[in-house]
Design a protein around this ligand. Structure first.
Ligand code: 9WO
Length: 251
């Protein structure tokens, strides 16, 4: 899959993406990442990518023309007929695992990272098919959000993660939170690793993990369970979790 990021801070995107899972995917040729700097598409001597907002007020707005020309550069470089262009902003649709799963099927995604107080509205309405948000908060620019999208989609692509750490096992892949994890030593400050994990019974371990996932989701994010049909087995595992929790409390 190919990602093209429009940004006036290309180093910020490239320097970050070379690390970890994304970096390995790029080295192995499973992911291509290119950056397009609107500043390189300016023609005035100050290379202005921003200007004052009509109507007044504080801050600056990113100009249409450098963005449009950088976007054309990104589109020309592949020659694909239609490519999805996504603007990262707090006004966007919330990014969920499902949204990412759906978009991991694409051959190419163009991500627009804004700065200042935002982009000229006419670039958003005429050039961006979708607007995506990490959540209801503001950061200083879209680059970190674009990196989040590149990371989260890259790890879904075939061959990027080994079987060992398959994305199928991840928190949120099945609409549930992750179960607790433990590594050596066996006891830390009187806290024992749960017996079942030491027993080596894989069927029991799998059931315990599902029970903990259900219980943890019920405790921490009950909203996730409202939109989800539980199987009979899952329902009884969750009931067991609740009973065990009560028992722990009285002990
Ligand atoms: C800046 C600002 C300053 C004064 C008053 C209001 C203001 N709003 C903004 C603003 O929203 N700036 C944005 C910075 C413009 C678009 C790129 N920026 C951005 C993207 N901030 N936060 C995001 C973002 C992207 C995805 N998910 C969460 C946040």
């Amino acid at each position: 899959m190919r990602f093209d990021v429009l940004t006036i801070f290309p180093e910020m995107v490239l320097n970050s993406a070379i690390n970890g899972v994304t970096g390995r995917a790029i080295k192995n040729g499973l992911v291509q990442l290119s950056v397009w700097n609107p500043r390189e598409y300016t023609s005035d001597k100050h290379k202005s990518v921003d200007d004052r907002p009509y109507g007044g007020g504080p801050g600056m707005v990113m100009k249409y023309q450098p963005l449009k020309d950088a976007l054309e550069g990104a589109k020309r470089s592949t020659g694909a007929e239609s490519v999805k262009v996504v603007y990262l902003s707090p006004q966007g649709k919330p990014i969920t695992q499902q949204l990412l799963n759906e978009n991991a099927e694409l051959d190419q995604l163009i991500l627009v990272a804004g700065r200042y107080e935002g982009l000229d509205e006419r670039f958003i309405s005429s050039e961006c098919q979708e607007e995506w948000s990490l959540g209801d908060f503001v950061i200083s620019g879209g680059e970190l959000a674009a990196l989040v999208v590149v990371d989260a989609i890259s790890r879904l692509l075939p061959g990027v993660l080994g079987d060992e750490d398959s994305a199928q096992q991840d928190s949120h892949m099945h609409g549930l939170l992750d179960c607790p994890h433990y590594t050596r030593p066996e006891v830390i400050a009187d806290k024992q690793v749960p017996d079942v994990l030491l027993g080596g019974n894989h069927k029991e371990i799998e059931q315990w993990r599902l029970k903990q996932s259900l219980g943890s989701t019920w405790l921490k994010r009950p909203d996730l369970l409202l939109g989800k049909e539980l199987t009979a087995i899952e329902q009884s595992l969750l009931e067991e979790f609740k009973i065990e929790l009560k028992y722990k409390k009285v002990q």
